[in-house]
Design a protein around this ligand. Structure first.
Ligand code: ATP
Ligand code: MG
Ligand code: MG
Ligand code: MG
Length: 459
């Protein structure tokens, strides 16, 4: 089954169960200052869950484009390192707004996986929240799940969109990719491995978390589920990694050709194939590279991709040329991508050209520092110089450091930033804009760090 067929099978099944097929919303949440990017299918329905918005339907199903590259759900640093994480992915979901609850949510999911997709039950593992007797009973007594493959967990089974907003206990379904992949079942010490991959999360939406942490019950218990299209496609196509599915194979080939390397599947190619999706779709949804907020996250992702291309031997702009391959893969499902192809290519090309001016010099500096390094930490001053003079976002330097099994000195970086601000302030007294003379690309304010690992959703 191709990814496109799978998307249709999912939407079709839930439509047959009384769900309205709703279009994916934009990656930029309308009307929600707490969230930088749409990170789950429920985001466009947030106000419906909260009871402040009414729709003409009480059941919906979507294939929602999502980005997890900032805020509470940030997978940027996982890309290239796990088989299952992307910055951009599609989340298949079914939703109930005060209509059905746990029993039907579990029943629909189990039926879809085991009857429609015909997955073997013994490959599926299930978890519920530690407090959830009701869900355990449904799974064991009604679905007949083997207790061997069932567990109750704590934080992993409580889902929230961000620090505030709708949330609730969840039940997760995992697929066992087999003993030749490292990893342990959910709840075990080796669960972060990629053997047991979470495919579907069923959230029993019951609360609205406020800024002070208190949890207010929602007007109607509701259902929000999310299943990664790429993960379930991997299962159905009999491959382990998301990067081995049809869609990614084609993007990897295109990336390999664009940078002119011999290999067709390396870590750097995977990063590039991942990043072209988030970058193209973010631009499609109106983001442009800048030094603040969403625009800075976009810039950071583009520059990371360009750096990986450079590592593979690309000698000129290449990233923008991958938009065509992406349109071939996804243009039918997302006509707006096709419509804006030329514009997306232009934005990417411009950013590539701009970064190319400093990338080589910056990388050379970094290599020299790494060669002469006595410890395992890249000094904050270097990280700052790369950021300030060469336009290297901190996470890009951290990405290079990680490849050398090194870390970056964030405290030193912050200090260097502070020192520069003080100098600029002092210089300002004499009407010299120190910032302008230093910056190559008009950077004004560092906004990347809090978005790098921070749990806060910063806009
Ligand atoms: P994981 O534990 O593997 O990081 P998660 O628990 O963070 O996943 P959820 O927030 O529950 O993920 O999202 C619902 C579903 O979306 C997941 O079960 C998975 O199938 C998919 N998904 C989540 N994050 C990603 C990602 N970065 N790339 C691809 N698919 C993802
Ligand atoms: Mg996650
Ligand atoms: Mg999880
Ligand atoms: Mg989950």
């Amino acid at each position: 089954m191709t990814s496109a067929e799978l998307r249709q099978a999912f939407l079709g099944y839930f439509q047959s169960q009384g769900h309205e097929i709703v279009e994916s919303s934009s990656l930029i949440p309308g009307n929600d200052p707490t969230l930088m990017f749409t990170n789950a299918g429920m985001v466009q329905f947030k106000d419906v869950f909260l009871g402040s918005e009414k729709r003409s339907y009480s059941r919906a199903t979507t294939s929602q484009r999502c980005v997890r590259a900032g805020g509470k759900h940030n997978d940027l640093d996982n890309v290239g390192y796990t088989a299952r994480h992307h910055t951009f992915f599609e989340m298949l979901g079914n939703f109930s707004f005060g209509d059905y609850f746990k029993r039907d949510a579990i029943r629909f999911a189990w039926y879809f996986l085991t009857e429609i997709l015909e997955l073997p039950k013994e490959k599926l593992w299930v978890t519920v929240h530690i407090s959830d007797d009701e869900a355990e009973k449904i799974w064991k007594d009604e679905m007949g799940i083997d207790p061997e493959r069932f567990s109750r967990l704590d934080e992993d089974n409580f889902w929230s969109m961000g620090d505030t907003g709708p949330c609730g206990p969840s039940s997760e379904i995992f697929y066992d990719h087999g003993a030749d992949v490292w990893g342990g079942p959910p709840g075990s010490p080796e669960e972060d491995g990629d053997r047991y991959i979470e495919i579907w999360n069923l959230v029993f939406m019951q609360f609205n978390r406020s800024a002070d942490g208190s949890m207010v019950p929602l007007p109607n218990p509701s259902i929000d589920t999310g299943m990664g299209l790429e993960r379930i496609a991997a299962v159905l196509q009999g491959v382990h990694s998301n990067y081995e599915i049809d869609l990614f194979q084609n993007l990897l080939k295109a990336a390999s050709a664009a940078v002119g390397c011999k290999e067709t599947d390396t870590q750097s190619l995977r990063v590039i194939a991942d990043h072209i999706r988030s970058c193209a779709f973010l631009i499609c949804d109106g983001v442009i590279p800048s030094n603040e907020g969403a625009g800075y996250v976009l810039r950071r992702i583009i520059r990371r991709a360009v750096r990986h291309g450079n590592k593979l031997g690309a000698t000129g702009p290449f990233f923008n040329s991958l938009v065509a391959a992406l349109v071939t893969e996804m243009g039918d499902a997302y006509p707006e991508l096709k419509a804006k192809q030329a514009q997306i290519e232009r934005v990417l090309l411009k950013e590539e050209e701009q970064f190319a001016k400093t990338l080589d010099h910056g990388l050379r500096l970094l290599e020299e520092v790494i060669e002469d390094l006595s410890g395992t930490e890249i000094p904050g001053e270097t990280v700052f110089k790369l950021y300030d003079t060469y336009g290297f976002p901190v996470d890009l330097t951290a990405d290079v450091a990680r490849e050398h099994k090194l870390t970056v000195d964030m405290d030193g970086f912050d200090q260097a930033m502070e020192d520069q601000r003080n100098r600029a302030r002092a210089a300002g007294k004499f009407n010299v804009d120190y910032n302008d003379s230093l910056r190559l690309d008009g950077q004004t304010e560092f906004v990347g760090y809090t978005q790098l690992n921070g749990s806060a959703n910063v806009v």
